[in-house]
Design a protein around this ligand. Structure first.
Ligand SMILES: C[S@@+](CC[C@H](N)C(=O)[O-])C[C@H]1O[C@@H](n2cnc3c(N)ncnc32)[C@H](O)[C@@H]1O
Length: 204
């Protein structure tokens, strides 16, 4: 089935030079990714719009905030979402984290085959990183529910004061801890007519 590897207007300037690399990753997700259970079976257009275009917006946020020099971790990366598209368009050092070793092996094979030298993959419990890292950007797409994340951050508030959390979200997310956290929600198109949301969370 053919599909349209479109990029919405917000992402054209930083993605267009990397379309071939993004298409190679798309091809891997739609074959190996499905075969090895990293993603559930989806059609090519869905994989492009929902996984790749959505991931590119994580990069747009970090680039707009001008904080690219910090450590970047993609927690609960699964098939490398959003970390692989982020790393492809940014050339930024980025570490993919998943608790399942099998997923890390698949990602290491992809990184080596596609020569993505700025990206590495490590088996680790994301909670350990959330408790111990400072001056760090944490990307999370569909990793844990918003409320669980906020509770975890609340418990580890001191070491998270200088971290930035960029987290997939939805329109009706409520910040129950607004005395502690600043949450800025971004709404963007992943194709001609479907919107998605990402929250940018920092400690006040
Ligand atoms: C729903 S998947 C999301 C995958 C990907 N981010 C995406 O958007 O498609 C959640 C991933 O988090 C991983 N995971 C669950 N608990 C984790 C933990 N404590 N530390 C690291 N990864 C974890 C799972 O193995 C799984 O790959």
């Amino acid at each position: 089935m053919t599909f349209n590897p479109q990029i919405p207007s917000w992402g054209k300037d930083f993605s267009e030079n990397y379309i071939n690399e993004l298409l190679s990753y798309h091809s891997w997700l739609s074959t190996t990714g499905i075969k090895t259970g990293l993603i559930s079976p989806k059609n090519n257009q869905f994989i492009w719009d929902e996984f790749i275009v959505h991931s590119l917006y994580f990069y747009k946020i970090v680039n707009d905030l001008n904080i690219l020099s910090q450590n970047i971790f993609d927690l609960g990366t699964g098939g490398g979402i959003p970390g692989i598209p982020f790393g492809i368009v940014s050339n930024q050092e980025i570490t993919l984290i998943d608790i399942k070793q099998k997923r890390i092996f698949e990602l290491e094979r992809l990184i080596s085959a596609q020569k993505l030298s700025n990206i590495s993959a490590i088996k680790e419990d994301a909670e350990i990183l959330l408790k111990n890292n400072e001056h760090t950007i944490f990307l999370m797409r569909c990793y844990i529910p918003h409320s669980s994340l906020m509770n975890l951050l609340e418990k580890n508030i001191d070491n998270n004061k200088k971290n930035t959390f960029i987290v997939s979200s939805n329109a009706d997310t409520v910040n129950n801890l607004e005395d502690m956290f600043h949450v800025k929600q971004e709404k963007f198109l992943i194709n001609n007519n479907e919107y998605r949301y990402i929250d940018v969370i920092t400690v006040k």
